[in-house]
Design a protein. Sequence first.
Length: 326
Amino acid sequence: MTANSPDASILGVDIGGTKVAAGLVDRAGKILTQTRTPMQTGTADLALESVKTVIDALLADSAQGIHSIGICSPGPLDPRTGVILNPPNLPCWRNFPLAEEIASAYHLPVRVDNDGNAAALAEARWGAARGYRYVFYAGIGTGIGTGIVFDGQIYHGRTGSAAEGGHMSIDYRGPRCACGKLGCIEVLASGTAIGAQARAKINADPSRGSAMLDLATGKIEAVSSETVGRAYAAGDPLAREILQETVGFLTPWLGNIVDLLDPDVLVLGGGVAAMLQPFFPQIKSRLPQWCVNPHAGEIPLLMAHYGADSGIAGGAALGSASGPSV
């Protein structure tokens, strides 16, 4: 079956600092099969071989043929050329022509973008935001990555660097983010921030942190956002307080997003978003207090459809998108 067949799958690749995952995805956005391998980061060629390993495994598995390959990669990158510029998580790739290398090896159309943009496109095309025109997506996990999709197309901005919503500051006197700015939402409301806030509160008053310390086998340094989530699910008051404070940061930030973009849907994904899902009604009810937009209360706030598979689905959405590919 040829790549032009309507039954040909799209191969979505999700590159991280420690692993590469990939899956075959049909034209309706269903992930048919997937695989993963460790990411070798010693040299640029070793990292490329890791990507080829998962692609080769899926090509051997595919009976329907492959239409195209879409790749989520850490940035900064140039989505127009598929060149990886200087990603902190993959220092072995500097000005690395990833799309060109993969296209040359497999003779298929290839598109490359960052994970926030790709996940946003997957949600707009097949997931929670299907049917909406103006989509804002935020993946809240270890960090915060975002993506903007207008009328089915990723908004990249003039240079391809748009949608760095995780590095919008909501407090110019706040803590310094790893990016160098003060008060970014990422340094206040990401999984990393939640873990740090929990450890600080337990250090200040160990008696309040007994539930989380029990989950972390008594080690304060082992308390993470996952620990907070498990403690909250068990009814721990301190965990609830921390998550409530996180909601207090996210709500004005989303208010800024609404006033800037006027989206018709807000989609949150990632592990922290899943943990905060019980607070979504609260965020939505408070959003109008943080917006000039008189219609802010009408905007749905939805949990992402793809969850942990957002990178694979996002890569596939890139591969299925119209527009230039390498």
